[in-house]
Design a protein around this ligand. Structure first.
Ligand SMILES: [Zn+2]
Length: 126
């Protein structure tokens, strides 16, 4: 299962990041996945949960942002979202359009929290 390996790399990357900020733990990680990648978000989410449960990263939330495929028209320069594999420019009708994005696989952000700051209003202002 392809997604299992990906989920494992994500968790490894999160561990590396968290190790750089002592006293903090990760609460949420976000990913940007282009719709052209062959990654199944639900399978990835499932693998992520399986691999993170009962570890130091248990409870870590995974947020997945799907990035649509976008093309740019060579005739008029219009950039547009490709739907149903229709690569025709919506502005001028040209079929001469180029692939722009939609195959990315990247980290969005990682949310971390400090240990022991969960009590409300515990901020000291001495
Ligand atoms: Zn055009």
């Amino acid at each position: 299962m392809h997604e299992l390996g990906i989920a494992n790399s994500i968790l490894e990357a999160v561990r590396t990041e968290v190790a750089r900020v002592p006293g903090r733990y990760a609460t949420k990680v976000s990913l940007r996945i282009g719709e052209m990648t062959a990654v199944d978000p639900e399978a990835l989410r499932f693998s992520f949960e399986i691999l993170s449960q009962d570890t130091d990263l248990a409870g870590l939330q995974l947020e997945i942002e799907i990035c649509p495929r976008r093309n740019r028209c060579e005739e008029c320069g219009q950039e547009f979202t490709v739907r149903d594999y229709d690569i025709q420019c919506p502005q001028c009708g040209s079929l001469r359009t180029q692939f722009l994005s939609g195959d990315e696989f990247a980290f969005g952000y990682l949310e971390v929290e400090e240990y022991g700051t969960s009590s409300v209003g515990a901020q000291s202002t001495e």
